[in-house]
Ligand binder design. Structure first.
Ligand SMILES: C[S@@+](CC[C@H](N)C(=O)[O-])C[C@H]1O[C@@H](n2cnc3c(N)ncnc32)[C@H](O)[C@@H]1O
Length: 321
C-alpha cells in the first residue's frame, strides 16, 4: 500500500521526546508511523503503543513498523480512549504521549475520502469509516441554525449565515453529494476577495471535518487522559494545525501549569489549585524554512510540549516552604 505522509517537525519531536528517555510511549495518532519509527530507532529500549481511528493508517503503520514489531502494539480507536486502550494491553502508565492531530496527507489526497475541495469526491470526511455520520449527512439533515453554528464556530467563517441558508435552499431541490458541488457554491458565495488568500472553501470544509469527527471534544478529552496516564516526569507533545486546536492546547497547558486560579482581586489564594505540569515550549515550535521547502503543509504546524510533575513531591516541597 502507498501511504504518503511526511511527518512534520520530525527532528524537533524526536529530540524533545527522546531527550527524556521514555520507556513506554503512546503515539496517539500513529498515521503512517513516521514519528513512531523515528522514536523507535532513536530509543532501542522503548515500547510503543500506536493508536489511530483510520483503518488505512493502522495498515500503513503496521507495515512501516514491521521491523520493530516486538516493541510495538497498534490499536484502532479514538485518542480520548487512550487510557482504556493502554489498560487493555496492561499499561497503567506511559512516559511519553505524542499527539499529531488533524488529517494525514493520505486522507487529504484520497478523493474518495472527501476531505479536500481540490478534488471531486463524495462528501464523506470520516476519519473512521465505520462512523455513521458523513459531511453529506450533516449538509442534508442538520437545521440551518446548526449548520450556521458549525460553519461559524469551527470554520471562523464570517459568511456562515449566508452559506447555511444556501446549503438548505439547494438541498430542497437535490441532496448534497460531492465535494465539487459544495466547492462551487462556496466559490460563488465566499468569492476570492478575502480570507488572507485562502481558497473560498477552506473554512467551511474545515468546519465540516471538525464536526463530522468531533475533533475539538476529542482533543479536550484526550489532553486530560494523557495527563492522567503519564507517569511523573512524563512528556506530553502535541502538534496542531489550526488556531482552534492550538488555543485548546495552550489554555490547557496554561491552566495545568498555574499554581493559583483565583480571581485577580482575591487577597489570598483559596482555590487550592496544584501545578501539574512544567511547560517545555514557552512559544510553540514551528517549521523552519528548510522543512517548508520540502513540506509546505508543515506551515500551519505548532508543537507544544509539557512535562508532568511529580505532584506528591511538589506538594511536599511547597508545604515545607
Ligand atoms: C497528521 S496524521 C499523523 C501522522 C503521524 N504522526 C505520522 O508520522 O505518520 C493524524 C492522524 O491522526 C488520526 N486521528 C485524528 N484524530 C484522531 C482521534 N481522535 N483518535 C485517533 N486518531 C485520530 C488521523 O486518522 C490521522 O491518521
Amino acid at each position: 500500500m502507498t501511504f504518503s505522509h511526511i511527518p512534520v517537525l520530525f527532528q524537533q519531536v524526536i529530540s524533545l521526546v527522546a531527550e527524556h528517555g521514555p520507556k513506554r510511549i503512546i503515539d496517539a495518532t500513529i498515521g503512517g508511523g513516521g514519528h513512531a519509527r523515528g522514536l523507535l530507532e532513536r530509543l532501542p529500549e522503548a515500547q510503543l503503543l500506536g493508536i489511530d481511528r483510520d483503518d488505512t493508517a493502522i495498515a500503513a503503520a503496521s507495515q512501516n513498523l514491521e521491523p520493530f514489531k516486538d516493541r510495538v502494539v497498534i490499536r484502532k480507536g479514538v485518542f480520548s480512549d487512550m487510557k482504556a486502550i493502554a489498560a487493555a494491553i496492561g499499561w497503567d502508565h506511559a512516559d511519553a504521549v505524542l499527539m499529531d492531530i488533524g488529517v494525514s496527507s493520505h486522507q487529504i489526497d484520497t478523493p474518495e475520502r472527501g476531505f479536500s475541495f481540490r478534488m471531486d469526491g463524495p462528501l464523506d470526511m470520516r476519519m473512521n469509516q465505520e462512523d455513521t455520520v458523513t459531511a453529506a449527512t450533516l449538509l442534508n439533515t442538520a437545521s440551518q441554525e446548526e449548520l450556521e453554528t458549525i460553519i461559524r464556530d469551527y470554520g471562523e467563517e464570517f459568511k456562515a449565515r449566508l452559506i447555511a441558508r444556501e446549503i438548505v435552499k439547494r438541498r430542497e431541490k437535490k441532496p448534497w453529494e460531492t465535494t465539487g458541488e459544495l466547492n462551487q457554491l462556496l466559490e460563488k458565495i465566499v468569492g476570492f476577495g478575502h480570507q488572507h488568500g485562502l481558497p473560498p472553501a477552506t473554512r467551511t470544509f474545515q468546519a465540516l471535518r471538525i464536526a463530522v469527527n468531533h475533533e475539538l471534544d476529542e482533543l479536550t478529552n484526550a489532553l486530560k487522559s494523557a495527563l492522567e496516564i503519564l507517569a511523573p516526569n512524563g512528556i506530553l507533545a502535541v502538534i496542531t494545525f489550526h488556531s482552534l486546536e492550538d488555543r485548546i492546547v495552550k489554555h490547557f497547558f496554561q491552566y495545568e501549569a498555574a499554581t493559583c486560579v483565583c480571581p485577580p482581586k482575591m487577597p489570598i489564594c483559596t482555590c487550592g489549585k496544584k501545578k501539574t505540569i512544567d511547560i517545555l515550549t514557552r512559544k510553540p515550535v514551528t517549521a523552519d524554512e528548510e522543512e517548508l521547502k520540502t513540506n509546505p503543509r508543515a506551515a500551519c504546524a505548532k508543537l507544544r510540549a509539557a512535562m508532568k510533575l511529580d505532584i506528591e513531591q511538589t506538594t511536599a516541597t511547597s508545604s515545607k516552604q
